[in-house]
Ligand binder design. Structure first.
Ligand SMILES: NC(=O)c1ccc[n+]([C@@H]2O[C@H](COP(=O)([O-])OP(=O)(O)OC[C@H]3O[C@@H](n4cnc5c(N)ncnc54)[C@H](O)[C@@H]3O)[C@@H](O)[C@H]2O)c1
Length: 304
């Protein structure tokens, strides 16, 4: 039995964001097609520890991820991804921080490609932590960015400096007021552990695509009800958001949304596109299939 162990650098070297977006798109289509066994994740200490698993029926392969989360710590998210298959005894273990950031970005890339206007090129990112850079890389992979505004303090300035070395031809600036910063955006990414909406719906342009990946507990919220009521809303998975997404649960309770207003991304990928001109929202709490999709790319390279 062989056990391959991959650190952050090896994960990054093996998987580009373009590959991650394509793999996660195939994963969402497979999920909609019933290819995955994926239990609701185990949450311990109100989100301090998570255990996630997914099994892909056609290939007899599985991914199990364990995470610890502490937003007063850098990195906030740390843990291990384990990949195994039924046909051989070998295992692959990978840094879960890198896999999580890649797959969370990749889901946003898939949704943005589907939902944002074809000429969208102005992104506002709120949050400048562990997820932030890959949110930008994923959007840039599907909508080449002309302008990027990062909302935050010192970490936003450091992230802007990093991204300037990667994104040719993108005008990058930082800002401190989320409401002012979303006013001229084509695309907004929210990646914070906020517990109340980051901006009012009235701060957004009439046409905009908003991704919100931060809230993963019923007590957390990044988006206001008024935005959800007025938008085409796509989610990663219904069972997961009904268990964990503070903004979706809040909007269902207030009547801003009904369950019929929610479309899973895998279904949306094969459905009639959202009417042009309407605001669109992608809400993700993060599901194990996404980690499986990245782990499969790693296994293809390191356990051929
Ligand atoms: N949906 C998913 O699949 C998924 C995956 C990973 C992480 N997450 C979630 O995304 C969020 C961000 O994760 P991270 O690893 O980047 O965390 P992090 O702690 O590294 O960074 C958080 C960033 O948000 C900013 N922030 C905190 N509270 C804020 C507020 N009220 N308003 C504006 N900005 C605020 C911080 O200054 C920091 O820049 C967390 O809630 C995390 O659980 C979701």
């Amino acid at each position: 039995m062989k056990t391959i162990s991959l650190g952050e650098r090896e994960v990054r070297a093996a998987v580009s964001m373009r590959e991650a977006v394509d793999a996660v798109r195939r994963g969402f289509l497979g999920l909609a097609g019933g290819e995955f066994e994926m239990p609701t994740r185990t949450v311990l200490r109100d989100g301090g520890f998570l255990v996630m698993s997914a099994q892909h029926r056609p290939t007899g392969s599985a991914m199990v991820k364990t995470l610890s989360l502490n937003f007063d710590r850098v990195p906030a998210i740390a843990g291990t991804v384990v990949w195994s298959t039924l046909d051989r005894p070998d295992h692959l273990i990978a840094d879960a921080g890198a896999v999580t950031a890649l797959r969370t970005g990749a889901a946003v890339g898939v949704a943005t490609d589907l939902l944002a206007a074809p000429d969208a090129g102005r992104l506002t990112l709120i949050g400048a932590g562990g997820q932030a850079a890959d949110q930008v890389r994923a959007v840039h992979a599907v909508r080449p960015l002309r302008a990027l505004t990062i909302v935050g303090g010192d970490r936003a300035r450091a992230l802007a400096d990093t991204l300037r070395t990667e994104l040719d031809g993108t005008e990058i600036r930082t800002a401190t007021d989320p409401a002012a910063a979303v006013g001229d955006a084509d695309i907004v990414c929210c990646a914070t552990p906020a517990t109340s909406p980051l901006f009012p719906a009235s701060a957004l342009p009439a046409q905009v695509h908003v991704n919100a990946i931060g809230a993963f507990r019923p007590t957390m919220r990044e988006l206001p009800d008024e935005l959800l009521a007025d938008s085409t809303v796509v989610i990663d998975e219904l069972a997961a958001v009904l268990e964990e997404s503070g903004e979706i649960l809040h909007a269902l309770r207030s009547g801003a949304l009904t369950r019929d207003d929610l479309t899973e991304l895998g279904t949306a990928l094969t459905a009639v596109p959202a009417p042009p001109g309407k605001r669109t929202v992608f809400k993700s709490v993060g599901i194990a299939m996404q980690d499986w999709a990245i782990a499969r790319l790693l296994a293809d390279k390191y356990l051929p």
